[in-house]
Design a protein around this ligand. Structure first.
Ligand code: NAD
Length: 474
């Protein structure tokens, strides 16, 4: 899985630099591949290719865009196992979850944009004006490693649908799947220059793309710290910036909520993808009255959430993506213990027999207080923080006590009451009584979780400019 070429202007092209980036399997520590360390010159060549392709693609027939998107979706279907195995090796995601979330979701998201194009209204009349929607232009995409292909497709599919052209810089931890995507788009016959791929580092290629005067929009997914730097780099050229950033989402059980059901579901909602999920519900907020009933359930479930070989179909929890990430998560677990939170399950010891990979024990804490680091900061690992409340106002204030606002959950036997509470949460998504993820609903953050939305029509319209054409009034 050693890739020697970048994909620029419809051809596999040598990088202008000599550097390479190694890709490690976090379950074993083995190097499984490498990609070119793209240079600023490579990024410039890719932007130029995207610029040259823009006129043609922005005027392409809608039927052609629908064909491309449907073919891409089919191609995901054909290559599901290959892609899922690759992403499991890059990220450590358990294989069955990889098939569903890492490949299945991109497949249906891609198809959803073909469907959207069938009925999208590009023009509307408002009094004496015709309002026209047009593709924004050349886009730069900077993406993270945790759901690598899903985050790429959340940008690439709507951009293709909108008639934009693009340069993608994937993460250094999980870049190999992006090379397969380039192969797929090439086979489908996407016109040259519409999609370009330059692997490399964020501080070089990423930052250069964000500041590039020939890039009209930068869409970034990653940490809040890097998102701020991307915004700063983009500011001078006044391009559109969309940011999908971190989270520390609250899962609130109201007084009349089914605490047992909520507790059981809370584990999956926090630990999916080994806790490396931006929208993970990491803060469980429950009435004091049910704490004693749910803690044994949580303890049992967390203990049963056994890490193991992510290629084994029975494994539910894989390793952290890297040694750094493992150290960071263990540091948070140690800090929770030091700050006086009570360990319900797990802990900071390494797991016997799994020392060669970057595993951590799934962990839950109770009595977590708002001034503790584990309450405030995004841990990005399988660590659940539980706090209790004595009034609904206190529950809301705990839920909103975060600089982030990406996701959330509410549990109540009365759906209307849960929805009323959800409306008061300062966050971009809320699941009521375990309501599942919807690929057509807008996804994005309030506060430091970001700007803009992905998925569905809202995600599509991020890639459009709006023009008003005023006609004389007769
Ligand atoms: P990261 O911020 O380290 O890296 C993300 C991407 O940004 C990578 O491609 C990286 O190379 C690039 N980058 C880093 N510094 C840059 C700079 N100065 N200029 C331009 N590009 C730069 O994040 P990560 O560790 O890959 O991913 C984990 C983070 O992503 C978590 O905080 C998580 O919550 C967040 N995330 C958010 C969402 C969402 O939709 N809101 C989804 C997934 C992940």
């Amino acid at each position: 899985m050693h890739r020697d070429m970048l994909y620029i202007g419809g051809s596999w092209t040598e990088s202008k630099g000599e550097g390479r980036i190694s890709v490690e399997n976090p379950a074993t520590g083995d190097i499984i591949g490498s990609v070119p360390e793209g240079t600023l010159e490579d990024a410039d060549t890719a932007v130029l290719a995207a610029r040259e392709a823009f006129e043609g693609w922005s005027n392409s027939p809608i039927e052609e865009r629908i064909r491309v998107l449907n073919s891409l979706s089919e191609s995901f279907k054909t290559r599901t196992n290959e892609l899922a195995e690759l992403i499991t090796k890059e990220v450590g995601t358990p294989i069955e979850y990889s098939k569903m979330a890492m490949v299945g979701t991109p497949r249906v998201v891609t198809r959803s944009y073909a469907k959207l194009l069938e009925s999208y209204n590009w023009e509307e009349e408002v009094r004496n004006s015709t309002i026209v929607r047009e593709p924004i232009g050349v886009c730069a995409f900077i993406t993270p490693w945790n759901f690598p292909l899903h985050q790429i497709i959340g940008k690439v599919a709507p951009a293709i649908a909108a008639g934009c052209t693009m340069v993608l810089k994937p993460s250094k931890e999980a870049p190999l799947n992006a090379f397969i995507l380039a192969e797929m788009l090439d086979e489908i016959g996407l016109p040259k220059g519409v999609f370009n791929l330059v692997s490399g580092y964020g501080s070089t290629v990423g930052s250069h793309l964000a500041s590039h005067p020939e890039v009209d929009m930068v869409s970034f997914t990653g940490s809040t710290a890097a998102g701020v730097r991307v915004s700063q780099a983009a500011a001078e050229s006044v391009k559109r910036v969309t940011l999908e950033l971190g989270g520390k989402s609250a899962n609130v059980v109201l007084e009349d909520g089914n605490g047992i059901r909520a507790a059981k579901s809370a584990i999956g909602a926090c630990f999916a993808n080994s806790g490396q999920t931006c929208s993970a519900l990491t803060r469980l907020i429950v009435p004091e009255s049910i704490l004693k009933d749910i803690i044994p359930i949580i303890a049992e479930r967390v203990d049963g959430y056994k890490p193991g070989d992510p290629m084994d179909p029975k494994t539910r929890c894989g390793p952290m993506v890297s040694a750094n990430q493992q150290e960071s998560v263990l540091g948070y677990i140690r800090s929770g213990i030091e700050e006086g939170a009570i360990l319900v399950a797990g802990g900071s010891d390494l797991i016997e027999g799994l020392e060669s990979g970057y595993f951590v024990k799934p962990t839950a804490f109770m009595n977590v207080e708002p001034d503790m680091k584990i309450w405030k900061e995004e841990i990005f690992g399988p660590v659940l923080c539980i706090a209790s409340y004595s009034s609904e106002d206190e529950a809301l204030s705990l839920a909103n006590d975060s600089e982030y606002g990406l996701s959330g959950g509410v549990w109540s036997e009365d759906t209307d009451r849960a929805i009323a509470f959800a409306k008061k949460m300062r966050t971009g998504q809320v699941s009521v009584n375990g309501g599942p993820f919807n690929i057509s609903a807008p996804f994005g953050g309030y506060k430091k979780s970001g700007n803009g939305r992905e998925l569905g029509v809202h995600g599509f319209e991020e890639f459009l400019e709006i023009k008003s054409i005023q006609k004389p009034i007769e």
